[in-house]
Design a protein around this ligand. Structure first.
Ligand SMILES: [Zn+2]
Length: 453
């Protein structure tokens, strides 16, 4: 039945095509278009999971549930032709599903939960009191590889390859560890943005209820890149010892990645143009000119030139003879400048910032925004993420016999959906349920106490 439906949908789209002579049913050229997307929303998009997530336990029968919760969440749709619909809201999963299937948005963004239904905000505004305000929002982070253009030489802009993608892996490891160990958050979802980066959703109740000032404070804690645009030295590490969070990030993630992988994959010391950028970051002119002299000489060595030169630089900076203030932090500063995560600060600081929903399809790449398991983030390969056309091909081969939940798990998306459910959604909903029950019990107790007077 599913197969027949897909065939019908494909035939519909071929009628509009020009001179298509091949059999349409087996051909899904790579790319992205509204017809592909329609089938994706029709057959594959996990509406029920998204609704369960965004309800945070408020969709059950428990008397402590807030039945208005999901309906106060803002969704926004970007339609074909860049038509942008903000403040969409839905009372239940059926409304959400119908709207998405009908409007077929090229992009779905998720905003905050407001004090009142965002679709009715004008009615509330007319009533005189300005009560329309965001009240809950996941703590979110957006990290784009295009913000690393001054430290990668393989690609630029939105392009990404296997040489520079590991910068995103490093970012996930550093930020994920800090969020769990330093802030005590547990319900964290990492998602591939579909092209050039990653998104992070921190979904614990205490994260969703942070105000803007608290969000800004957490963001500043995680932010070390300062300084001006023209200088590569964007990190200044003051003090005798690194802050424990930075020290741990350096020792556990950044140092080994930089020394063992990044200097080699980017050939950071192989030519003058590249190593000059690094020499500029050393505050002691006599040390940088000594290194420059050595490297211009270009003595042949059996070892990799990047490894040799990095070793020479470290030796000189760490030999303890330097006079210039602050130089003992130079090695770490270089490593941080190249590898420390670069966050889009504004996204994290404000409750009302929108962020693309997981399981959307990126219109430029056709790739699905799938979750990334931070425990195995090294294994994530953006080029292996299923594309819309691959999924449709698979659908058409009959991978989904009669449709249904279990069979979705056998598709190319299956692994991602299984991970989303078992590692993120189930533990999250369990803790939401506990939270709802205990706050309800507390409320009952309180009213009993007041009655006992
Ligand atoms: Zn690259």
């Amino acid at each position: 039945m599913v197969r027949e439906e897909v065939d019908n949908m494909v035939e519909d789209m071929v009628i509009d095509g020009v001179g298509t002579e091949q059999k349409p049913s087996s051909e899904f050229p790579e790319g992205f278009n509204a017809n592909y997307l329609k089938i994706y929303y029709g057959k594959l998009f996990p509406f029920a999971d998204m609704h369960k997530w965004m309800s945070y336990g408020n969709d059950g029968k428990h008397p402590g549930c807030d039945q208005s919760y999901f309906g106060r969440r803002e969704f926004s749709f970007t339609l074909d032709n860049d038509i942008y619909l903000r403040f969409q809201s839905f009372n239940n999963v059926a409304e959400l599903e119908n709207a998405i299937k009908e409007k077929c948005p090229f992009k779905i963004d998720i905003g905050p939960v407001y004090s009142v239904d965002p679709a009715k905000r004008h009615a509330y505004a007319q009533s005189g009191d300005n009560i329309f305000t965001p009240v809950e929002r996941e703590l979110i982070f957006d990290i784009d590889i295009s913000d690393y253009d001054d430290v990668r030489f393989c690609c630029s802009g939105a392009d990404v390859c296997s040489e520079c993608w590991p910068l995103m892996t490093v970012a996930i490891k550093v930020i994920d560890t800090a969020l769990r160990d330093d802030f005590g958050f547990n319900h964290i979802l990492w998602v591939y943005s579909g092209r050039r980066g990653v998104h992070c959703w921190v979904c614990d109740g205490k994260a969703r209820r942070l105000n803007n000032e608290q969000r800004a404070a957490i963001t500043e804690y995680l932010h070390v890149h300062k300084g001006n645009e023209n200088s590569l030295k964007k990190v200044t590490l003051a003090g005798r010892s690194l802050h424990p969070f930075l020290g741990r990030s350096y020792a556990e993630v950044l140092k080994d990645f930089f020394e063992e992988k990044y200097i080699l994959s980017q050939n950071l010391f192989s030519d003058e143009e590249r190593y000059e950028k690094i020499l500029e970051m050393i505050p002691d002119e006599s040390i940088s000119s000594e290194l420059r002299g050595k490297w211009l000489d270009n003595k042949r060595s059996r070892d990799d030139i990047n490894v040799v030169r990095w070793g020479q630089l470290k030796h000189l900076l760490q030999s303890g003879k330097q006079k210039v203030q602050g130089i003992h932090r130079s090695v770490e500063e270089i490593v941080f400048s190249f590898t420390y995560p670069r966050l889009d600060l504004e996204v994290s600081k404000h409750m009302n910032h929108l962020l693309k929903a997981p399981f959307c399809v990126h219109p430029k790449t056709g790739r699905v925004c799938v979750p990334i398991d931070p425990k195995h983030c090294e294994e994530f390969d953006p080029s292996a993420v299923p594309t819309l056309s691959k999924l449709l091909k698979e659908l058409n081969m009959g991978a989904l016999g009669t449709g249904g939940e279990e069979e979705l798990e056998n598709t190319l998306l299956g692994k991602s959906i299984r991970y989303f459910r078992s590692s993120f959604l189930q533990p999250l909903l369990k803790s939401c349920k506990e939270e709802i029950e205990s706050s309800y019990a507390a409320k009952i107790q309180q009213s009993k106490n007041s009655l006992s007077w």
